[in-house]
Design a protein around this ligand. Structure first.
Ligand SMILES: [Zn+2]
Length: 143
């Protein structure tokens, strides 16, 4: 159960069924990054890449992800940044912070995708990538 301090990017089309510790699987095809929780708990962390979700920076050697990884829905409640391949640990989120982060993420997502509410007739929403990954990666992503 050792904490990871460094993640090595591996550019793949699809992440393998067995994820290795310390590897950040980057799928450009599916705009998604997958890694095992850096605390060593073995949970699979899926971060979709989009302007309203996570952004990936690749300097040719190492990757950074923005914003931080807050695994508030896992038992370990890990919270860390991935900066140029380094895992920078920050204190665990309190429930209030988790709530605030969730609201912030939600607001960013709404701003990006547009609010799909209101009485007017909307075209059906496109299938979300998250659903795709859930099907692909199995039921453990259900919260
Ligand atoms: Zn963990």
């Amino acid at each position: 159960m050792a904490r990871q301090t460094h993640l090595t990017p591996e550019f793949v089309e699809l992440a393998p069924p067995q994820l290795k510790d310390g590897v950040l699987y980057v799928s450009m095809v599916h705009s998604c990054v997958i890694h095992r929780c850096c605390c060593g708990c073995g949970e699979k962390v899926v971060t979709p890449l989009s302007p309203g979700e996570w952004q990936l920076y690749f300097d040719g050697e190492n990757v950074s992800l923005h914003p931080s990884i807050g695994n508030s829905r896992f038992r370990c409640r890990s919270h860390y940044w991935i900066r140029q391949g380094q895992v920078i640990w920050v204190k665990k989120l309190t429930p209030a912070e988790t709530e605030a982060a969730w609201r912030h993420d939600r607001a960013a997502r709404d701003a990006h995708f547009g609010a799909r509410q209101g009485p007017q007739v909307e075209p059906p929403a496109p299938k979300s990538k998250r659903g795709f990954w859930q099907r692909l990666l199995g039921p453990s992503e259900e919260s």
